[in-house]
Design a binder for this molecule. Sequence first.
Ligand code: PHE
Length: 337
Amino acid sequence: LKEEALSQIEKASSMKEVQDIRVAYLGKKGPITEISKGMGKLSAEERPKMGQLVNEIRTAISDQLEAKVNGLEKAAVEERLKKETIDISLPGRPIKRGNHHPLTRVIEEIEDLFLGMGFSIAEGPEVETDYYNFEALNLPKDHPARDMQDSFYITEETLLRTHTSPMQARTMEKLNGEGPVKIIVPGKVYRRDTDDATHSHQFMQIEGLMVGENVRMSDLKGVLQSFAKKMFGDEREIRLRPSFFPFTEPSVEMDISCFICSGNGCSVCKGTGWIEILGGGMVHPNVLRMSGFDPEKVTGFAFGMGPERIAMLKYGIDDIRHFYTNDSRFIKQFNTL
Ligand code: PHE
């Protein structure tokens, strides 16, 4: 009986078979139970011997069953491990990386260049008061130059800022006439313009302001020259043309020499060889005075540029709307820059 049971266990290859063997041999209706029941009929001498034998067989079978169960479980685990092995020789699947918006890149690049020249970065509110946006910049309520910048008014006294210049006044005002000031101000600005390839009702500006003793026009020119070369390449020249802004006197517009003609960069120069990239000038004495600085003691220069324009020139982008429509095919082209 024992041999038979052990050999069946040996052959069993599934948990179900093992379970069936257990029931067949050790179960209530199995031979071991039968024999135990019949023990009462045996003599007093035979009974302990038989008992011992039955116990021995039962233990042997149940030990063997247990060993088999362990063996089967181990085999199952091994089987699973084998199936789940990772093939480390497979090439990895590339992870899709996002990238910065081209405009963000250009702004960060400009910021880095000015940080390198000792400027720090300031930011101001996009919802601005009439006072900072206009009045503190020498643009009183009836000033005709207010028309240069069609505004989005929110109330009579508040509007979406039309330029980053209000930060000139906000920054100086906090310093109680104590210079020097050397900041750039990147930020969004808004104008009531009809969107087309070169106009957007919302765009970016980067303002620059430097105020201190003996700050001169030549300093403005030097800073801008250095910026233009770093941004567009050493072979770029700049030129300043007279212009007008109520908050600078004298005022200038800066052109850079055109790119060696290729693609879109060419048409924007319209045959003159120059392209305008920013406005600036010497801070008007009235602006200094209104913000608590003494124009007899300090002077300053300011400028404002449009990073979209600069990005368009640098990368040959032909439509400002590309920056704001968020077509990922446009943005992805700047992945490797
Ligand atoms: N704020 C002017 C504009 O938006 C640019 C500018 C800034 C001009 C600083 C002079 C000085 O057109």
